[in-house]
Write a protein that binds this ligand. Structure first.
Ligand code: ATP
Ligand code: MG
Length: 414
């Protein structure tokens, strides 16, 4: 591993700790990603110095965290996280400092040495230590070989380690997706069976993982692996039987968002979730249809029920739900192309996202070989945006025979 690949700030911290007489290692995702050949998101450092000792070595540092006490060393906008080596939970338990309930770690904040620190990490490739004292990589569990084999392998007994912290189920999938790795057989085996353990994980922690799964440029693979290991329905409301067109929409949306991130563009979480929750919304719509004549009310009901049911399963923050619902509710309004309405819609603050969603629906429909009128509608809105005022007037002028409001059959949900 070359030091040139490690950020200057991280090297500063490593050398600073060494100079002050402490052990200092780069560990976790940073080492792993460098070995795999991708740019690390961040560099985490582990040391035998206590948080207070780290604090006194670096004036530009502060202590944070409740569950884990950590030091943050700041260099301009970059923050380097420094953690003190910690022991496995059983040592913590005998020291009376960790709470283990039903095999689950509630608190593990007992300090240990580096060997112990390695044991409590999840996967072998996450437990490689780059030691600044001699620039060597310390590999306790064959993580280096697993990098070469491109596999995620659990340290210790997989069943037990998943039970201790069920978020590891998602981490296995997420890292496999992120790194293009496979999940080693014994590590993969318990995942589907233990999926229900996710139902008891604090919702906020689960939502963080959900975002990482779908907003980090590997959404397509994350989705496929979540399906393969039967985990998706613990995170998202998902119909038993997904319509082909809705599956297309999800696939296209995730592929688009991966593509956007790859080319340096940003993606909005609400748009991804608007796509991910679309299948269940469509299912509710179809189920309720026989009981409801009023298409507008039906759309409204399907959208709100999909969202509120999702909130019971795993709450998504309001800042995401609000624009998501707007994006859905504007879909209906694209149908109205006569008079002033199209102009109003064009100036709606959520027009852009709603239009993008319409394009997505049109592409999904055409991939599924249904509803050619949706492509025509999308094209109309593309033209309407880019043409001059006279043409717009012509496009929105009532026909000689005034057009009736479209029948419900015209909706995408047919
Ligand atoms: P990335 O940052 O790319 O998402 P990462 O592996 O660095 O992946 P972090 O959440 O930053 O993930 O965790 C840093 C390190 O802490 C991991 O590499 C692993 O060694 C350890 N770790 C994180 N979460 C767990 C967990 N649930 N159980 C055991 N060890 C964990
Ligand atoms: Mg990390």
């Amino acid at each position: 591993m070359s030091r040139a690949q490690i950020s200057k700030s991280a090297l500063n911290v490593l050398y600073g700790l060494k100079k002050a007489g402490y052990q200092a290692c780069l560990v976790g995702g940073g080492v792993r990603d460098l070995l795999v050949g991708i740019e690390p998101k961040d560099f985490d450092i582990a040391t035998d110095a206590s948080p207070e000792e780290v604090r006194s070595v670096f004036r530009n540092s502060r202590l944070i965290g409740r569950r884990f006490r950590l030091a943050h060393v700041r260099f301009g906008r970059e923050i380097i996280e420094v953690a003190t080596f910690r022991a496995a939970h059983d040592k913590a338990q005998s020291a009376g400092q960790a709470l283990v309930e039903d095999d689950r770690i509630l608190r593990d904040n007992v300090f240990g040495d580096r060997d112990e620190d390695a044991q409590r990490r999840d996967f072998t490739v996450n437990a490689l230590y780059y030691d600044i004292a001699d620039f060597s990589i310390i590999d306790y569990f064959g993580g280096y070989e697993d990098v070469e084999k491109k596999q995620i392998r659990m340290i210790g007994e997989p069943y037990q380690r998943y039970r201790e912290d069920p978020v590891r189920l998602l981490r296995a999938v997420r890292l496999a997706a992120k790194l293009h790795f496979s999940i080693e057989a014994e590590t993969a085996e318990p995942i589907a069976e233990l999926g229900p353990l996710l139902d008891d994980v604090p919702r906020a922690r689960l939502f963080d993982e959900l975002l990482k799964l779908f907003q980090s440029g590997h959404a397509v693979r994350s989705y496929a692996l979540l399906q393969e290991h039967d985990l998706l329905h613990h995170l998202l409301l998902w119909p038993e039987q997904v319509e082909a067109v809705d599956q297309q929409l999800v696939d296209l949306a995730l592929a688009d968002s991966d593509e956007r991130l790859k080319s340096g563009k940003s993606i909005a979480p609400f748009f991804t979730f608007a796509a991910l929750l679309w299948p269940i919304r469509q299912e509710i719509f179809a189920q309720e249809r026989p009981n409801n004549e009023d298409t507008y009310a039906l759309h409204n009901l399907a959208s709100h029920r999909a969202v509120s049911d999702q909130q019971h399963l795993l709450p998504i923050p309001k800042r995401i739900i609000q624009p998501l619902l707007e994006t859905w509710s504007l879909q209906d309004r694209f149908e109205r192309r006569i008079g002033k309405k199209p102009y109003k819609l064009l100036h709606h603050p959520r027009f852009r996202a709603a239009y993008d969603f319409l394009l997505l629906r049109a592409r999904a429909a055409s991939a599924a070989g249904i509803e050619p009128e949706l492509a025509e509608l999308a094209q109309w809105w593309t033209d309407f945006q880019h043409t001059d005022n006279d043409t717009r007037d012509a496009m929105t002028r009532p026909r000689s025979k005034p057009k009736r409001r479209r029948s419900p059959k015209k909706q995408s949900e047919a």
